[in-house]
Design a binder for this molecule. Sequence first.
Ligand code: PA5
Length: 457
Amino acid sequence: MEPLELSLQYTGAATPANHELQQLTTLAQTAHQALEDGTGRGAGMRGWLRFPSQYLQHEEFARVQTTAEHIKQNADVLLVIGIGGSYLGARAVIEACTSRYYNETRKGTPAIYFTGCTLSEADFADLEQLIAGRDFYINVISKSGQTLECAVAFRHFRRLLSEKWQGNAEEINKRIYVTTDARKGTLLEESKRQGWPTFVVPTDMGGRYSVLSAVGLLPIACAGIDVEQLLQGAAAAQVAYESPANAYGKNACQDYATIRYFYHKNKRKSVELFASYEPGMVMFGEWFKQLYGESEGKQGRGLFPASVNFTTDLHSLGQYIQQGRRILFETVLVFNQPHNTIAVQAEENDGDGLNYLADKTLFEINRKAFQATALAHAKGNCPNLVISLEKRDAYHIGWLIYFFEKACAISGYMLGVNPFDQDGVESYKKFMFALLGKPGREHDKVRAKLKKDYGVE
Ligand code: PA5
């Protein structure tokens, strides 16, 4: 049995006809082949494609593990400073492999807090309070080294570190680890000056495809997660999904790209809802949204990626999903094996009327909730694409990450976009730097225009 299986069991009438399937499979195969051959757009950014198997043997991977051991033994807290692809993957894997309560339930590993992904003053202040009096280490992650949110947080928490150690450079510097580009950038230059150890964000890998590099692996290893298993799972998926399938049903990764394209183009769905029945997978949904949103959303194209946490969100968004605009389909992630075994107990006085559930485990009840929801949504014209993953452990999560990354690249090529760039992210930055008074002629020009056209300064 494959660790990951894709099925179309809850699609209502929305299943491709044979001729549609043939057409779409050809399109997907061409896209897949272009990805493998490096003939598609942005081919220089496919470093992630063969990375898992290569990195297992890499000298840096061994250094990630020894550094994590050191941090685990010495730090009370690890602050991970980064945004977008420089933070979402690590947080997603930590919660997926442990739980959303990682910081409260961890044993013998540091608390891990993520910052540099907001400019909220309140959030900075809360975090300051949380780490006060604790021995905190920093892993700052930025490929460009220039991202404002990350740079501001690094300056702020570095100052706190300096105050804590009264300017003792040796104590301060041994608590800072940098993950950045190997060749250029302010963070790299500063690391050389200060002697901070550095790890590499590979040049041929965008942030959203970087979770299986040192970007994600260092914080993930600090949480006590078996990063070798994580990479082994991804490396196994790399092999499993390598050849473009000849016909539907031979490559789940390519099939997923095919079916979501079918819903999008043939069934006019514009929103893909990533759904899971495990709160520990909420951050994985956030990672998924960045991966697909930033890769596909360009040239007026792409599915809008959203995520829901069921059954919780059935009591908030469930109404819309069932009866609102018919623009949605769901990609539901379920696990075949339970994490624990907690059952509903029978009570003599069946006051709450729950004895009909006696001896049923929560896993079984949750599973029935999934089946019922999938049937109801499919009936309401919100088809379900179901991804069944054998277990919620490092190996399977590694597999799942590779599955989504590769399917995303294939999907981007099917849509005719470059899945590896993100020019659109620059637009807000251009205006923000102008409004913040960043020095430079280009910022001066934008500032003058904003004042003239909108009266904003
Ligand atoms: O996927 C991406 O490339 C982006 O989300 C980046 O990861 C994000 O903008 C952070 O950039 P940087 O690592 O340069 O600070």
